[in-house]
Design a protein around this ligand. Structure first.
Ligand code: ADP
Ligand code: MG
Length: 340
């Protein structure tokens, strides 16, 4: 009898799985930079060419990998960050699914150079379709360099849907700005088509970090928030009532260092500005929430950009109170107009 139903071959299965994690060059940048942060790096250099479609290179000075680790890192579901399902209840790292390197090596031509402190020699590997083609020892500094070239060279249907160089590089910039804002303790250098477009100080100063990423205008028009109780802390900045934007592009919430979307909290903050700013205008905020990882669930979406708070209402109320109070305080200071 003719059976229409077949099990897909391994390579097709792997390509489909990889496509869920890697949508575009920006997803590669995000995954690789997050790995560098998880590796305790102080300095991360990101270089892209042609909107990241032909070339992405991330160099870090983190813990690196030894020879055995490099072999494992590119396998699907291989991770050093969790070992059991219980660990999902208490995640301290940005990654934990062990899928990124496998997916990137499935969809690009990859090269990795890495050295951990256990060894005075580094390792260089070349990969294609998820397989290690060549491995050699080589002198290199402590840390890791990941190069991913020619995205979707082997998946033409996906390649066809990549956008223009400009659109893809804007997407990457967006990812890098978010990650850089969320990690003021790390210095980021971003090189786009041979030009340095961003360099952050990495001195763990939120304000000077915002200045290097968003500019002077922002610094001058933001109000500081600083709160902590025994369950959570909230630090960061919100915009003055006369500083707003036509979209939500400058609203950033970081929870334990991870940039997240949380519509409920966003709406709560916007409500505080409701009678203060024109309709269809949006406040700016850059908030850092630190909370016990067991009170959040980051494992509800593969890209980990949405999270669930177990005490969402409580968090909304706390932040609403803080924002209201700060706005009221600054509104009550009469503005001195300097004529001239
Ligand atoms: P995950 O980040 O979810 O663990 P990845 O596929 O992104 O999965 O990475 C697999 C493993 O490779 C990581 O758990 C980590 O041990 C190692 N690794 C990846 N990138 C780096 C890096 N830049 N420096 C050191 N180790 C790394
Ligand atoms: Mg990862």
């Amino acid at each position: 009898m003719n059976n229409r139903i077949k099990i897909l071959d391994e390579s097709t299965i792997a390509k489909i799985a990889a496509g869920e994690i890697i949508e575009n060059p920006a997803s590669i940048v995000k995954e690789l930079v997050e790995n560098s942060i998880d590796a305790s790096s102080n300095n991360i250099v990101i270089e892209i060419k042609n909107g990241g479609k032909t070339y992405i290179r991330i160099t870090d000075d983190g813990i690196g990998m030894n020879e055995d680790e490099v072999e494992y890192a590119f396998l699907r579901h291989s991770t050093s960050k969790i070992s059991t399902a219980e660990d999902l209840l208490n995640i301290h790292s940005l990654g934990f699914r062990g899928e990124a390197l496998a997916s990137i090596s499935m969809t690009t031509k990859m090269e990795t150079l890495t050295r951990s402190k256990d060894s005075n020699k580094g390792i260089r590997i070349f990969l294609k379709e998820g397989e290690i083609l060549k491995k050699e020892t080589i002198g290199c500094p402590l840390g890791t360099t990941m190069i991913a070239k020619d995205l979707f060279y082997n998946i033409p249907v996906r390649k066809k849907f990549l956008k223009s160089d400009l659109a893809e590089s804007n997407h990457i910039s967006d990812v890098i700005y978010k990650i850089a804002l969320g990690n003021p303790n790390v210095s980021f250098k971003y090189i786009k088509d041979n030009k340095i477009v961003l360099k952050t100080p990495g001195k763990n100063n939120i304000k000077s970090n915002i200045y290097s990423i968003l500019g002077k205008d922002f610094i001058e028009n933001l109000l500081e928030i600083n709160y902590s109780d025994n369950k959570l802390s909230v630090k960061g900045y919100i915009s003055k009532n006369d500083f707003y934007r036509g979209n939500r592009g400058h609203q950033y919430i970081f929870v334990n260092g991870r940039w997240i979307k949380n519509i409920q909290l966003t709406k709560t903050i916007e409500r505080c500005y409701k009678s203060l700013i024109p309709i269809n205008r949006f406040p700016i905020f850059i908030l850092f929430i630190e909370i016990n990882p067991s009170l959040i669930d980051v494992n509800i979406h593969p890209t980990k950009q949405e999270i669930r708070f177990s005490n969402q209402n409580e968090i909304n109320n706390i932040i609403e109170g803080l924002v209201d109070k700060i706005l009221k305080e600054t509104m009550s200071i009469p503005k001195v107009k300097i004529e001239g």
